[in-house]
Structures are given as C-alpha cells and as structure tokens.
Design a binder for this molecule. Structure first.
Ligand SMILES: [Ca+2]
Ligand SMILES: [Ca+2]
Ligand SMILES: [Ca+2]
Ligand SMILES: [Zn+2]
Length: 305
C-alpha cells in the first residue's frame, strides 16, 4: 500500500449546519480546509445532519425511557460496572486469492488486546470467538457502500445485534475504516459491523495509524459514539457533555488546539486525545465518562447488550 496516495476527502458531510440545504457543501469545504496536509481519511462512518441527529436522539430517549430501571435498578438508567459486559467478536479476515492480507493470530489477538485496554474504563470487554479467513479479490478491496460490501456482509455476518463483526481488508480510497451505529441495526441488520484496513492492526504498515486505534474508534461508533467534531461548535455536537465541542477533525497531535470558543459546549481545549477524533494512534488514548455512559445506554437500548 502506498500511503502517499491516501487523501483527505470527505464523501459525506460533517453535521455542521449553517443552512440546511447547503449543509453538505459547507461542511465538505470545512473538512477539506481542516488540514491540507492530511493524507488519510480516518473514517467513512456517515455523519447525520444536526436535524437527523436530533430526531435520532429523541427516538433513543423514548426507547431508553421504556427500558428505564434496567439493568442497574431504580428509575434512572444506571451505568453498568466496568468490564461487566462481554462482547463476542467475529473476525473476518479477507485476503486476495494470492493470500495477501492474511493477518496472523498474533496480530488479531493484539488488536483484541488494544480494544480491551482502550475500553478498560467502560462496561465493555471483547472476546474473540471466531476467526474466518476468506479469499475473494473483490471483497479484499471493498469500498464503502459498495456492492462488494453488501455481498461480503450478506455472506459472512454472524450472530445478532449484540455480536461485533469485524471485516479486515485492503480497503481503498485512503480510508482506515467505517462502522454502523446501534440505531441502524433494526433497519439493516446484515450491514451491521466494522470494516477496517488490515494494515491498521497493531504493527501494520499504516503508520501513524498502526497501533490498533482504528479498531478502537470504529467500535466506538458501533457502540453509539459520534465523532467529537460531530455538529462542530454548534448545538449538541456529539451528544456527550464532557467532550468539548470541536469545529473540525484534528490530525497529528495538535496539543493546545481550541477550535471552538463560543457555544454551550465550547469550554475547554479540543478533545484531541479522544479516540473519537482523527488524530494519530499515538495521540488518541481516552474515552470520557460521558462517552462510556452513552455507549452503555446505546448498546443496551439498541443491541440488548
Ligand atoms: Ca461534546
Ligand atoms: Ca474550546
Ligand atoms: Ca493510542
Ligand atoms: Zn469515525
């Protein structure tokens, strides 16, 4: 893989709404201007518009109310203890017909270890229950929202809403990965899961994105977390109170960056160390308590985890 071909190019809009009808154009421009030197797009997980995110959030709250009192007891949702929810992981390693891309058992186990370390202050633990090697040249170069993706997932997906399916392949377009949200499961269960670049696994060649945090980040989406820059400086942003609002993705590790100074969530420096930003793997190393609570609630409500 030639990393110099990796490019910053947003296929979908960040949810910074200025004028509803022009949101896509405005936001793509904002993203492109965020860092002209960036060579990679960390993630193709779609950003809902601010309006769509609000509607989703209202639906989520109504579902959560219908499940109140579980599982911690009482009338309020009680966050579950750290490490109390085990997620079974189904790993699909896609190779080409020459065997390129065959991640080793050691590399796969290292990725699972990175997940368990990253989520140690959350309810979640990850347990690899299945590894499947599949040789298919079309799936090996699978693109976001492609026919190959639909075909691959329809053929390979295992388990139900509570099961994490990871597809590791030589995904193109300068992408590190993408994921589906918990709220999307019921409308398209076969699509559910995480697709990620094989060389982003720990020790892979996708430096500075080769310490396993593409997996951490994509699994964050799978558990219901938005990017820290969702919604930009405006509105409710990522619907997590303790992640300061961020105008656009941060790349590298820009310590001291402060892209939002006005707005209800603008206090504090940008959350560049957060796993749900776009910084280097060596820079991102935290989830907040608010993110842990959101992931707990989202996974409970939508995934029965
Ligand atoms: Ca926030
Ligand atoms: Ca700020
Ligand atoms: Ca890290
Ligand atoms: Zn993402």
């Amino acid at each position: 893989m030639n990393l110099r071909t990796l490019k910053l190019c947003a296929p979908i809009a960040v949810g910074v709404i200025v004028m509803p009808n022009t949101a896509n154009a405005v936001n793509e421009k904002a993203l492109e201007n965020a860092n002209a030197n960036a060579k990679i797009l960390r993630c193709a997980t779609p950003h809902p518009s601010a309006k769509e995110a609000l509607l989703r959030e209202e639906h989520f709250k109504s579902l959560r109310m219908s499940k109140k009192g579980k599982p911690g007891g009482g009338n309020e949702y009680q966050p579950r203890p750290n490490g109390s929810v085990t997620i079974d992981v189904y790993m699909h390693v896609i190779t080409d017909t020459n065997g390129s891309g065959a991640l080793s058992t050691g590399e796969i186990n290292a990725q699972i270890s990175v997940l368990n370390d990253a989520y140690r202050n959350t309810p979640f633990k990850f347990n690899l229950v299945y590894t499947n090697y599949v040789a298919n040249n079309a799936w090996y170069n699978v693109g976001y929202n492609s026919a190959a993706e639909r075909e691959m997932k329809a053929a390979l997906r295992q388990g139900d809403a509570s099961d994490l399916n990871i597809y590791a392949a030589n995904i193109g377009d300068g992408l590190l990965g993408w994921a589906t949200f918990p709220s999307s499961y019921s409308s398209d269960p076969l699509d559910d899961g995480v697709v990620m670049l094989n060389e982003s696994f720990p020790g892979g060649s996708a430096a500075p994105y080769n310490e396993g945090d593409t997996g951490t980040h994509e699994v964050g989406h799978w558990l219901g977390l938005y990017h820290t820059f969702q919604g930009g400086c405006n509105g409710s942003g990522d619907y997590v109170a303790d992640t300061p609002a961020e105008k656009s993705p941060a790349y590298g590790c820009p310590v001291g960056r402060d892209s939002c100074t006005k707005g209800k969530n603008a206090d504090g420096l940008d959350p560049i160390f957060n796993f749900m930003d776009y910084t280097d793997d060596s820079c991102m190393d935290e989830f907040t308590l608010g993110q842990s609570v959101r992931a707990d609630e989202q996974s409970f409500v939508y995934r029965n985890l």
